[in-house]
Design a protein around this ligand. Structure first.
Ligand SMILES: [Zn+2]
Ligand SMILES: [Zn+2]
Ligand SMILES: [Zn+2]
Length: 377
């Protein structure tokens, strides 16, 4: 793969990496020491980002699907070139798909197979030690998916969701440039970069304030409808705007209700699909899926609910009840939310079985199960 940014980055400044990179613990530890990073790839990345902001800024003009398309393409291009710039600063072989097969000739002639975005993220996290949260990593991966879909099929899915994700990545990249690239730049280049970053921040503010405005309006509607307790973080746009409908009284016994729809990005899912998403890797039809409120196998875990925004909850996608804590029953493994203090957690059925059948034994674990012998004085 030919990579003109890398060719330019492979200028003489790049060869000066003796692995003496400055500490990155403190943000912007720029000193008068020799700059270590060639500027063009950073400038190129900033230029892509300026285009992203132009396309997504609602204060300039209404954002069209075409704007979203070019914003995503340019954002992905910026991610690639900026991540590679940071990898180059760490060690030049890291921009190769297989660093073990790296050669300076391939880098100079830009004939290398360069690292994929997914691998670049892993190397930045694991080798360079760049703090990238799971949420940021997810947004970056989704961006790559969005870009691939756009390149092949055009904008087929919801522009709002794509736009919200792009805003999150833009926010991440502005910090990334500030913390991870600025310290490696020469004084005039750093000054120019800071000036560009100021412009980007202003644009990002306009984008974010538009998102905030819409979310404020949606929040008001949800409150008026009394729907905040069954509104969860959207799987697609990550806004707290996905409204889950409780099972309708008229529905079939196994019908949990209408599709859940996000008020922000308009994406919708069947409740059973959301349950599958939030139940994680458990094997199918475990007792742990059964909701203590309605008895349906519809429980998800780690769901962020709008009315309980600080902590994630267990959430039933059938009756839309949220639970702060659930504990599996000692007898049958079903989740329960209340039990008598000081006694082992038991559901009603198991408690009754214990009372009517005295020989019923709980799968009790004593200290001896863990290799301890009880000593009593
Ligand atoms: Zn959404
Ligand atoms: Zn339920
Ligand atoms: Zn039980």
């Amino acid at each position: 793969m030919s990579d003109p940014e890398l060719l330019r980055a492979a200028g003489t400044a790049v060869w000066g990496f003796p692995g003496q990179r400055r500490e990155q613990a403190a943000p912007r530890p720029r000193t008068s020491a020799t700059p270590q990073l060639d500027f063009p790839p950073v400038r190129n990345g900033l230029d892509y980002l300026a285009s992203v902001v132009e396309h997504l800024d609602e204060t300039e003009s209404e954002v069209t699907p075409r704007d979203v398309k070019y914003a995503v393409l340019h954002l992905q291009a910026a991610v690639e070139v900026l991540f590679k710039a940071r990898l180059l600063a760490e060690h030049w072989t890291l921009v190769f798909t297989h660093p073990g097969e790296a050669s300076r000739k391939a880098l100079e002639e830009a004939t290398l197979n360069s690292v994929s975005t997914d691998k670049a993220i892993a190397r930045l996290r694991n080798i360079v030690g760049v703090p990238i949260t799971d949420k940021e990593q997810k947004a970056l991966t989704k961006l790559t998916e969005d870009r691939n879909k756009l390149q092949h099929f055009g904008l087929t899915h919801n522009a709002r969701a794509v736009e919200a994700r792009a805003g999150a990545v833009l926010d991440f990249l502005i910090h990334f440039i500030e913390d991870q690239l600025l310290p490696y730049l020469d004084e005039p280049e750093a000054t120019e970069t800071e000036r560009s970053l100021d412009g980007l921040r202003e644009g990002l503010n306009n984008i974010n304030s538009y998102v905030r405005e819409r979310m404020n309006r949606i929040g008001g509607e949800l409150k008026a409808e009394g729907a905040e307790h069954r509104t969860i973080e959207c799987v697609s746009c990550q806004e707290m705007a996905l409204v889950v409908q409780p099972r309708t009284a008229s529905g079939l016994p196994d019908d949990w209700g209408d599709r859940a729809t996000c008020r922000f990005c308009s994406t919708s899912w069947p409740p059973k699909g959301l349950h599958m998403y939030f139940r994680g890797q458990r094997s199918p039809w475990e007792p742990a899926d059964i909701c203590p409120m309605c008895g349906e196998a519809a429980l998800g875990a780690d769901v962020r609910v709008r009315s309980e925004a600080t902590n994630s909850r267990y959430f039933c996608f059938c009756c839309t009840t949220a639970f702060a804590t659930l504990v599996p029953c000692d007898g049958c493994g079903r989740q329960i939310d209340t039990w008598a203090a000081g006694s082992p957690p038991l559901c009603h059925e198991c408690e009754e079985a214990m009372e009517t059948e005295p020989e019923y034994e709980l799968p009790y674990e004593g200290p001896e199960d863990y290799g301890f012998t009880e000593e009593r004085g």
